[in-house]
Design a protein around this ligand. Structure first.
Ligand code: MEV
Length: 308
C-alpha cells in the first residue's frame, strides 16, 4: 500500500488583499491532513471516504481527476491501475485549504506510485492550476503554503519567502460550521473593488501595511502586538464585507475571554476564525468559543520555524 498526505493551512493575515498584490502570511496546520492510500485495482479510480463518492472515469470534471491528469502528464506515465482512497480531517469549504490539500496529496501519491519525484515547485504549479479551475482568481497562497508545508510570507507572482518565527505562538482555530466557498467571497470583493476602487484600495493597502508589521513582530516575538494587529486585520475584512455575524460573534467571544487577537481566516463569510492565545488563556478562550457556537475548535502552535 502506498500512502501520501498533505496538511491544512491557516491564513494568519492578508487574505483577500493578497489577491490584489498585497503581502499575506500563511502557516501550515500539520495536525489536520488529507491522506491518500493506493492499492492495486483494475483501473485508476478514486474513492472519497467522507462522501462515499467513487470516481471511475479519469476524464470526469472533478478536482481529483484534474490533478491526476496534470500529474500523470508531468510524470509522463499512463494512468496506473490503482484505487486511490482519500480520507481527510480538514473540514471542507472552511478556509483551511481542503481542496488544495487533496490535490497535493493525490499528486504526491501518484509520484510515489510512479517511483519518480517531481520538484516541489512543479507540484505547487499543478495544484495551482487546479485551484484556478475551482476558485476563479486565486492568489496562489493556499497551494504554496500547503505544498511547502512551511510558514510563508507571500506576494502574488513573486518568489515565495519562508519566514522565521522566533517566539512560540498558540492559536485556536474555531469553525463556524458554515461552509463558505472562497470563490464567492473573492468574487464579491472583486465587484466591490471594481465598483469603488478609491474606497477599497486604501483598505487593501492598510491590510498590506499591517502584514508587514506582523512579519516584523514574528521575528521580534511580541505576541501582544501581533494580537492587536490581527484584530485590526479582522476590522478591515469586515469593511471588505467578508465577515459574517457568526464570525464576528466568535471573534468577540475570543477577545472577551482574553485572546490577544482574533480574526476570520481564509475566504470568510463562514468557515474558520483564529484566536491568538497564551497557554494560560487557551482553556478559557476555547470554552468561550464553543459556548459562542463554534462547532469545532482546533489548537495549533507556531514556534521556531526558520528562514530558508
Ligand atoms: C483564501 O484562503 C485566501 C484568499 O485571499 C483567496 C486567495 O488568496 O486566493 C481569500
Amino acid at each position: 500500500m502506498i500512502t501520501a498526505s498533505a496538511c491544512a493551512k491557516m491564513i494568519l493575515c492578508g487574505e483577500h488583499a493578497v489577491v490584489y498584490g498585497q503581502p499575506a502570511i500563511a502557516v501550515p496546520v500539520s495536525d489536520l491532513r488529507v491522506m491518500v492510500s493506493a492499492k492495486p485495482a483494475e483501473q485508476l479510480m478514486f474513492t472519497l471516504a467522507d462522501t462515499g463518492l467513487q470516481i471511475l472515469d479519469l476524464a470526469a470534471d472533478a478536482a481529483i481527476t484534474q490533478i491526476a491528469r496534470l500529474t500523470l502528464d508531468a510524470l509522463h506515465i499512463a494512468p496506473p491501475p490503482v484505487e486511490m482512497h482519500i480520507t481527510s480531517t480538514i473540514p471542507v469549504a472552511s478556509g483551511l485549504g481542503s481542496g488544495a490539500a487533496v490535490s497535493a496529496a493525490v499528486a504526491r501519491c501518484l509520484c510515489q506510485i510512479a517511483g519518480k519525484t517531481l520538484p516541489v515547485e512543479t507540484i505547487n504549479q499543478l495544484v495551482y492550476e487546479v485551484e484556478k479551475m475551482h476558485h476563479g482568481t486565486p492568489s496562489g497562497i493556499d497551494n504554496t503554503v500547503i505544498v511547502y508545508e512551511r510558514p510563508i510570507y507571500f506576494v502574488r507572482n513573486q518568489a515565495v519567502e519562508f519566514i522565521s518565527i522566533n517566539t512560540p505562538l498558540h492559536f485556536l482555530i474555531a469553525d463556524t460550521g458554515i461552509p463558505a466557498p472562497t470563490k464567492i467571497s473573492v468574487g464579491d470583493v472583486r465587484r466591490l473593488y471594481e465598483h469603488d476602487p478609491e474606497k477599497i484600495q486604501p483598505i487593501l493597502d492598510a491590510i498590506g501595511a499591517l502584514v508587514c508589521d506582523i512579519q516584523q513582530q514574528l521575528q521580534t516575538g511580541n505576541a501582544e502586538t501581533i494580537g492587536a494587529l490581527l484584530t485590526q486585520n479582522h476590522q478591515y475584512l469586515q469593511q471588505l464585507t467578508v465577515s459574517s455575524p457568526e464570525l464576528d460573534n466568535l471573534v468577540n467571544a475570543a477577545l472577551q475571554a482574553g485572546a490577544l487577537g482574533a480574526k476570520l481566516s481564509g475566504g470568510g463569510r463562514g468557515g474558520n476564525m483564529l484566536a491568538l492565545v497564551t497557554p494560560e488563556t487557551l482553556p478559557t478562550v476555547k470554552t468561550a468559543l464553543l459556548a459562542a457556537g463554534a462547532v469545532r475548535v482546533y489548537e495549533t502552535s507556531l514556534m521556531g520555524a526558520n528562514k530558508a
